[in-house]
Ligand binder design. Structure first.
Ligand code: DO4
Ligand code: MG
Length: 291
């Protein structure tokens, strides 16, 4: 079962429901997905198993939206896998030590990634900056954390990043990480109680160009250098997240330079037991209509 945000094709407005197999069922009493992250874990579990459901739809009749809304923010962790540490050391000649140091430091690297309205869902485009030459997807397991700091679910995050800008100076990190189309989440949220072991999930990244696979890699959350509860604890210790928060746990796959994403590439990330997030790349600023 996945908790999903979606729009029924031909209708307006986002809805929250449950995806099982190829069927999506409305949760008419749930006004937003953030509403669920204001509940305690046991209350959420009761609600999802006992609440009355509404209309059902075939997946072909809905468009999935990013599973984040209202004031829920997306945060991310950095350099939580050896692969990420080595990639940053290699790209940043003058400041390589900061990445070596943070990998072993008690305090993890955490950074703000996105407000809800900017996040792209599966099937939507992701962006790469026009002023960057080397741009990569970062496939990551993301934790959905409720307002009480409990992990209530898991989703897939693409922490799209500019290696050009990040490699120039670590102080440019916000520009390398936060821009139009830089964050995608989805397709839904797998409840925490359905994921047996979050430290043993295969992560698979496939990038296609002109209908051919041009990069493919696989890894596992077993290589995570930190505990998930430790990452959540650092995120919650200095701040409140009244609508819950999504915390992406860092990348274990970085396509090596000179690989860069091109306009029109398709990026597919699959995390076992969680789902598959698929997005097409758009280079440069693409205006969105704000409603
Ligand atoms: O330190 C820069 C960001 C690292 C990151 O996003 C990652 O390791 O996934
Ligand atoms: Mg990352």
């Amino acid at each position: 079962m996945n908790i999903v945000r979606y729009q029924v094709l031909g209708e307006s407005g986002a809805q929250v429901g449950l995806l099982t197999g190829t069927e999506v069922v409305d949760l008419p009493s749930v006004p937003s997905i953030a509403y669920l992250w204001r509940l305690r874990l046991d209350q959420l579990r009761d609600l999802l198993t006992q609440t009355a459901t509404g209309r059902s739809h075939d997946v072909a009749a809905v468009a999935f939206l990013a599973p984040v809304d209202e004031t829920t923010e997306v945060w991310a962790c950095g350099v939580t896998y050896e692969v990420s540490r080595e990639a940053r050391v290699e790209e940043s000649e003058r400041a390589a030590d900061v990445y070596r140091l943070v990998y072993d430091a008690a305090r993890p690297e955490l950074f703000f990634k996105s407000v809800a309205w900017r996040v792209r869902g599966t099937g939507e485009s992701i962006g790469v900056r026009a002023d960057s030459e080397v741009d990569v997807p970062e496939p990551e397991l993301a934790l959905v954390v409720n307002r009480f700091g409990e992990v209530v679910g898991y989703t897939v995050c693409n922490d799209v990043s500019s290696r050009t800008i990040e490699g120039e100076n670590p102080l440019y990190l916000p520009q390398a990480k936060v821009f139009h189309g830089a964050c995608a989440l989805g397709p839904g949220v797998r409840p925490a109680w359905e994921v047996e072991d979050p430290y043993d999930l295969d992560i698979d990244l496939t990038i296609e160009r002109d209908a051919a696979v041009i990069w493919h890699g696989g890894a596992s959350t077993a290589r995570l250098h930190r505990r998930l509860d430790e990452l959540v604890e650092y995120l919650m210790r200095g701040d409140a997240h009244p609508d819950g928060v999504v915390l992406s746990t860092g990348t274990c796959l970085v396509p090596p330079a000179p690989f860069t994403l091109h306009d029109g590439d398709t990026v597919r990330i699959t995390i076992a037991s969680v789902g598959t997030l698929t997005n097409t790349v758009h280079r440069g600023f693409q205006r969105v209509s704000l409603t």
